[in-house]
Design a protein around this ligand. Structure first.
Ligand code: FES
Length: 286
């Protein structure tokens, strides 16, 4: 059985649910609005968490390497560990914000990921303390164990990101499935003014919003975790996702509110002879 099988077993392990529930309570204390958008990475266009983990992982790994290299690197290793402890705070907070808007499979693995990384922070903190007290051997030993738990935490984070697509743009492949050229979505009268209407183009979901005689069309799947945006609502020019309430500009697809970080793909739209047409690729107008 490969490691991936063990992690999938974790995904199904309901004994983790009390821990998940406690972590959810903590996550609810994170501020909403602009701060939460920053934590998700809305302004970046992709999640902040994978970027913010580089510093603690890099500094702690470098400290452990300095510990085993020939020469006296005690001060440098100690400084790197302390820097990693500082950098672990935004990494943990941004990860908690993302985790709080994921499905239970991801949250169970994410809870173990958080415990492993929390243990790493404690071990590197204890290593720093030991070094301050001049107990270098303890400091090196604790850092080495911390590097082990850090590796486990990183592996589980990789599973959430790459196996379960946590943080990926769930709608990304869809636009390439729309055949080239214009596609007829039906008569304009079939689209209610100031409402979200769901359609599909050869099986690819599309959402259309109408304002008078003009329409805007976007891919109809939320980039966060694939919710059907046809079930969303339109308010203040934005489509709100029915699952975790990300908000996308109906005309441009840009994200106004996370947890989604990737914009929705815009389809070119046109109203001709009372019918609505869309296409994915730019080209000659109808
Ligand atoms: S699926 Fe999570 S915000 Fe849309």
């Amino acid at each position: 059985m490969g490691f991936g099988e063990y992690v999938r077993w974790l995904e199904r392990d309901e004994r983790l649910d009390p821990l998940v529930a406690r972590m959810r309570k903590l996550a609810r204390r994170l501020p909403a609005g602009r701060v939460r958008n920053v934590l998700h990475g809305v302004q970046l266009g992709h999640p902040l968490h994978p970027i913010s983990v580089h510093l603690p992982i890099g500094t702690w790994t470098a400290a452990v390497l300095l510990d085993v290299l020939p020469g006296d690197h005690r001060r440098s290793a100690h400084a790197l560990i302390d820097l990693g402890l500082l950098a672990a705070v935004p990494a943990a907070v941004s990860g908690t914000a993302d985790w709080s808007q994921q499905h239970s499979r991801q949250q169970r693995v994410g809870a173990v990921h958080a415990v492993a990384n929390g243990a790493s922070a404690l071990l590197f903190g204890a290593s720093s303390l030991a070094r301050y007290r001049g107990r270098q051997a303890w400091g090196r030993g604790l850092a080495l164990v911390g590097a082990g738990t850090l590796g486990l935490g990183g592996y589980l984070g990789g599973h959430i990101t790459y196996y379960r697509a946590g943080g990926a743009n769930s709608a990304d492949p869809l636009v390439d499935l729309i055949p080239p050229g214009w596609h007829d979505l039906g008569p304009l009268d079939g689209f209610q003014d100031q409402q979200v209407t769901g359609k599909d183009v050869r099986g690819v979901p599309v959402v259309v919003t109408r304002s008078g005689q003009s329409v805007s069309a976007l891919l109809g799947m939320c980039t966060h975790m694939g919710a059907p945006l046809a079930e969303g609502t339109l308010a203040d020019g934005c489509i709100r996702c029915p699952w975790h309430e990300s908000s996308f500009r109906a005309d441009s697809g840009t994200v106004e509110e996370g947890p989604a970080t990737a914009a929705l793909e815009v389809l070119e739209s046109s109203v001709e002879d009372g019918r609505v047409w869309v296409r994915a690729e730019p080209g000659p107008s109808r």
